[in-house]
Design a protein around this ligand. Structure first.
Ligand code: SF4
Length: 435
């Protein structure tokens, strides 16, 4: 059963700053630990919302050897560089925008999930693709990679709490309820009663479901174009797992709020009446990103008060109220390009994951860049990729051993590829950054 409660806050701690002795807020003292300290726990680890419950069948990471857990940052750096050098073109290393800098420094490409999967395709001779990101990203890379290429996720505990909020059984149950209500006939324009659209942040079997049911995948860069495509083929859209991206995109397309309803998977008809479901244009799965849900309208007001003229940009996984209060909303790629494209020194308040915001601030000292949320709280699952795990998988590859391989069976990969290719045909993506 997916998580349906989004009311519980993160555990926020007040800790003394070692430099000044003053109290500072952080989301979890556990973030100072090596991620292996938390692999035995049944949860997403430090920084996660206490509402985020790990599915029973989520992959677990076994303890990595002591030599990697004990190694100093300097030793790990030497070992990673040596293994990378020895492996040469046999390996391509991908780093998501939300990874820590200690990881991004080794990446051949940095980008969002789909840019990275595409970037890996430019290295068809690489035997291994090491994906420093989370589980659904490695699955997508495997779907798009050549069958001989091994896609490796350095820490199997790097999942995504949002992706885990929709699972194939629950989505299929929802689909059965909806098709029983709507029937399977087409309207006067030849449109189906409903078309499924999944966000990239979803399991491979949900992408396959979309491929089989005439649906499609979207990213936060192309959700509007994808929804227009879906409305040419269907009267309504079932959008999962992120309700906020779906709602924000629908609002931007002019769809009234009362024609976008939320599907609560633990309730009959998703907690809606048949009349509401018949009127709906978009049925939004009750999923959310715990990182982006932390941003608030009050934070924006505070930022504007303290920095008159500030340019506020947030990610569309934020709530509608936050997106409405911001100056702009866009994907990680949009945010990065907005900062790069500012020709005059500018103050930016950004509502997305802290690692990307801090990196942008470092790379663009001519601008003042800060995160809307002053409590430093990274994505708890991206945090699971640490140099110790990277050194462990790379040195194994050097010995000819493939650890933590993510494989999507072809009966799932084939229909998932169809849904991905439908998206690509209508909305070409921008490129990951080669380093
Ligand atoms: S930032 Fe949110 S959507 Fe992205 S991986 Fe983390 S939990 Fe998932």
């Amino acid at each position: 059963m997916p998580i349906t409660s989004d009311t519980s806050p993160l555990v926020v701690l007040n800790l003394p700053d070692p430099a000044t002795g003053t109290q500072v807020q952080t989301c979890s003292a556990g973030l100072d630990d090596g991620p292996w300290e938390h692999d035995a726990e049944h949860g997403y680890g430090p920084g996660a919302s206490i509402a985020d419950r790990l599915p029973q069948d989520a992959p677990r990471q076994g303890l990595i050897p002591l030599e990697y857990r004990r190694a100093s940052p300097a030793e790990l750096d030497l070992r990673i560089r040596a293994a990378r050098h020895a492996l040469g073109e046999r390996v391509v290393l991908l780093g998501h925008f939300y990874q820590r800098d200690e990881i991004v420094q080794y990446a051949d490409f940095v980008g969002d999930s789909f840019q990275l999967a595409q970037a890996a395709r430019t290295k068809p001779n690489a035997e291994a693709i090491v994906f420093c990101g989370v589980h659904f990203m490695a699955e997508t890379a495997d779907i798009l990679a050549r069958p001989e290429q091994a896609v490796i996720l350095p820490n199997l505990a790097a999942g995504c709490s949002m992706a885990d909020m929709a699972d194939i059984d629950t989505v299929q149950d929802c689909w059965e309820e909806l098709t029983a209500l709507y029937g399977d006939g087409t309207d006067a324009n030849g449109r189906a009663p409903i078309v499924p659209v999944t966000y990239m942040n979803s399991a491979a079997n949900l992408k396959a479901f979309c491929g089989e049911q005439g649906g499609v995948v979207c990213t936060s860069s192309n959700a509007d174009r994808v929804l227009r495509w879906a409305f040419e083929r269907g009267e309504r859209v079932l959008f999962f797992p992120d309700q906020h991206l779906g709602r924000n995109t629908g609002v931007a397309m002019g769809i009234p709020l009362d024609e976008m309803i939320v599907w609560h998977p633990d309730q009959p008809l998703g907690g809606n009446t048949p009349e509401q479901l018949r009127k709906a244009k978009i049925i939004l799965w009750h999923g959310f990103c715990s990182v982006h849900k932390r941003f608030t309208v009050d934070q924006i007001a505070m930022g504007r008060q303290r920095h008159p003229g500030v340019r506020v940009i947030v990610h569309p996984e934020c709530t509608m109220e936050v997106v409405n209060a911001a100056d702009e909303a866009g994907s990680t790629d949009y945010i990065r390009k907005a900062v790069q494209g500012a020709t005059e020194p500018t103050t930016f308040a950004i509502g997305t994951e802290i690692n990307l915001v801090q990196r942008l601030a470092k790379e663009h000292p001519q601008h003042t860049i800060f995160c809307l949320d002053s409590i430093v709280c990274p994505c708890s699952t991206m945090y699971r990729i640490h140099p110790s795990y990277l050194a462990w998988v790379l040195e194994a590859l050097e010995r000819g051993e493939v650890l933590n391989r993510i494989t999507v069976p072809e009966n799932i990969a084939a229909p998932a590829r169809i849904a991905l290719e439908r998206m690509l045909a209508l909305a070409p993506q921008s490129q990951a950054v080669a380093r």
